[in-house]
Design a protein around this ligand. Structure first.
Ligand code: CUA
Length: 359
């Protein structure tokens, strides 16, 4: 489309499935705008000459527009065509927006923490990196992102995708890289003195190369394992059961919680997603599970953003989607609702109860 001498290009490389769609829409917007800009500029000049001021003998015959003879059709045409064009832009843009904001269900999960002025990235398998993101080619990648301080924005031009990274909240971004290579990461939200230095590189690799890279990882165990260690260290398990069929009546069971709908006292029920779990750790009194008392202390200031992500990943690993039930009989899973407890269940403290073991 453009003459691009080596080293100078008007467009970044196109390296994700969505990139060509974004470029096509962009080209449509530019070409439509260019066409109408030229048309209007031409007509301004044309009519300025055609209807210039003249002396009485040179005046053209009087055109009668009182009855709106040809004027009506003209008005309909110049109303309907722009309406049609803008509706095309709206529907096309909205469809790309919806595609970009809905990660496919089986996406590979990676966690990103923004901080003045670096990107900290954590893989579920445990590998960690700074200002670098290694991913396999032709896989859907979903980033779950948060910030330790101010608003940042994770932008990979070659993937044509970006999303704000906010303190106190999780946002997501997804893409499917189509080409092995190295691509720039930028922070696309002004975030202080060294905003322009908050950059990094995405390494898109063959699956084999990626597996090898991952195997050379941190040796600290997977994120869920690190989350479990933190869970134990903070004493969460003293109250929250994390195995099936074990309700103490004091704290909701976390097994099989993730992704389910939770009944909340005096509020609408919520879906147990990343943001809900984060909020429940930092602001336990914001949403009390129906049937439970407001007894949990806040852990605000005691856990880093990365620690929170590990806890989220641990709770996710308890199911129901990715967790492996710990050997309970089918149908024995209890929800964490407000169903009555038997006296025996009430008496059982979590420490005293052994997880049911698989035979
Ligand atoms: Cu971070 Cu700009």
């Amino acid at each position: 489309m453009f003459f691009t001498p080596k080293g100078l290009s008007f467009f970044p490389e196109s390296a994700s499935t969505i990139a060509s769609h974004v470029d096509a829409l962009y080209a449509f917007l530019v070409l439509t705008s260019a066409f109408f800009s030229l048309l209007i500029a031409f007509l301004v000049v044309f009519f300025a000459i055609k209807y210039r001021k003249r002396e009485a003998p040179q005046l053209p015959p009087d055109t009668n527009i009182a009855g709106h003879g040809g004027g009506l059709i003209l008005e309909i045409v110049w109303t309907v065509i722009p309406l049609g064009l803008s509706m095309i832009m709206f529907v096309w843009g909205a469809s790309i927006f919806f595609t970009e904001s809905r990660p496919p269900a089986d996406s590979m999960e990676i966690y990103v923490t923004g901080k003045q002025w670096m990107w900290k990235i954590q893989h579920m398998e445990g590998a960690r990196e700074i200002n670098e993101l290694h991913i396999p080619v032709n896989r859907d990648i979903r980033l779950t992102m948060t910030s330790e301080d101010v608003i940042h924005d994770f932008f990979v031009p070659a993937f044509r995708t970006k999303a704000d990274v906010l303190p106190g909240k999780y946002t997501t971004e997804w893409f499917r890289p189509t080409k092995v290579g190295q691509y720039h990461i930028f922070c696309a939200e002004y975030c202080g003195t060294k905003h322009s230095g908050m950059i990094g590189t995405v390494f898109v690799m063959d699956q084999n190369d990626y597996d090898a890279w991952l195997a050379a990882g941190s040796g600290e165990g997977s994120m869920a394992e690190q989350g479990q260690a933190l869970f134990n260290q903070l004493g969460c398990g003293n109250c929250h059961p994390s195995v099936v069929n074990n309700n103490n009546g004091r704290c909701p069971n976390l097994h099989g919680l993730f992704g389910t709908t939770v009944d909340i006292k005096d509020q609408p029920s919520v879906r147990a997603d990343e943001s809900y779990i984060r909020e429940s750790i930092l602001y336990p009194d914001a949403k009390i599970v129906a049937g439970y008392e407001n007894i949990m202390p806040t852990f605000k200031g005691l856990i880093s953003e990365e620690g929170l992500l590990k806890l989220v990943e641990y709770i996710k690993s308890l199911g129901p989607t990715s967790g492996t039930p710990t050997g309970a009989a089918p149908g024995a899973v209890q929800t964490t609702g407000s169903e009555p407890q038997t006296p025996q269940q009430r008496r059982m403290s979590p420490q005293a109860v052994q997880p049911p073991t698989a035979r």
